[in-house]
Design a binder for this molecule. Structure first.
Ligand code: URA
Length: 241
């Protein structure tokens, strides 16, 4: 059961406040009868009309978000920490992240309210490449990077082949910047892979998801995906499965 104004807002017709006005103005019918009370709750099987037009379910929306560090990839946190949906307060749809980035990881995160799309992208057999840039402790040798690329044994099994590239080293600080591309999505996978070769991650950022990049966005910023990008992502995911 959901409040009528919430259902109208989630359908993308108007903001919740505007939906309340519409109800008070007598523009909304439930199962053929005008409803003017704001407290009215409806179920998905109730027929809701606005200005004589039946509303559809929630309009699907797709966002690309540059997640800052120190934010949970969730819609709610019991401990009151910042969550990704705090950045989407003007969005009426009930969006959620497609997969997750760790609290301390920054970078590209997709959010949607389209469950079928989210499941398609997250399905392990769909193998969408994700590119990360990691600052690690120590300077990994060529051999160690090759072993990462071939796959390392973690407690939940051997990782699939990855691509790695040493981008820079800081001999004084004894750190290195490494690019790594993986297509699996196991929990804390990149951090655990670097732990396995003895070079713990100090900082981690996801720079690419398939063909999508963070270009043009600053940390904490959001943009809507284009129809074409959504289509391309579906094609990419379906090609692999
Ligand atoms: N791998 C990690 O270790 N952390 C992330 O947030 C994403 C991938």
């Amino acid at each position: 059961m959901e409040r009528l104004q919430k259902v109208i807002a989630h359908a993308g017709i108007a903001s919740r406040r505007k939906a309340e006005e519409m109800i008070l103005e007598g523009r909304v019918k439930v199962n053929g009868s005008v409803v003017k009370e704001l407290g009215r709750k409806v179920t998905p099987s109730d027929r809701v009309e606005v200005d004589g037009v039946q509303i559809e379910g929630e309009e699907p929306v797709y966002f690309l978000f540059y997640k800052p560090r120190g934010v949970i990839s969730s819609v709610h946190d019991d401990k009151g920490r910042k969550v990704v949906t705090d950045f989407f307060q003007t969005i009426e749809q009930r969006i959620y992240p497609v997969g997750r980035l760790d609290y301390d990881t920054s970078g590209l995160l997709l959010l949607t309210n389209d469950g079928e799309f989210a499941n398609l992208l997250m399905h392990p057999s769909n193998e969408i490449d994700k590119m990360y840039v990691a600052k690690v402790k120590g300077i990994p040798s060529k051999e160690k990077l090759t072993s990462l690329a071939r796959g390392v044994m973690l407690e939940d099994g051997k990782t699939a082949p990855a691509r790695t590239k040493l981008l820079s080293v800081d001999k004084k600080k004894d750190t290195a910047i490494v690019e790594i591309t993986i297509h699996e999505g196991r929990n804390r996978q990149v951090r655990r892979m670097f732990d396995a070769i003895g070079h713990p991650v100090l900082k981690l950022k996801r720079e690419k998801y398939g063909f999508l990049t963070l270009n043009g966005l600053r940390t904490g910023e959001i943009r809507e995906l284009t129809h074409h990008e959504v289509k391309q992502l579906r094609v990419l995911a379906m090609k692999k499965s």
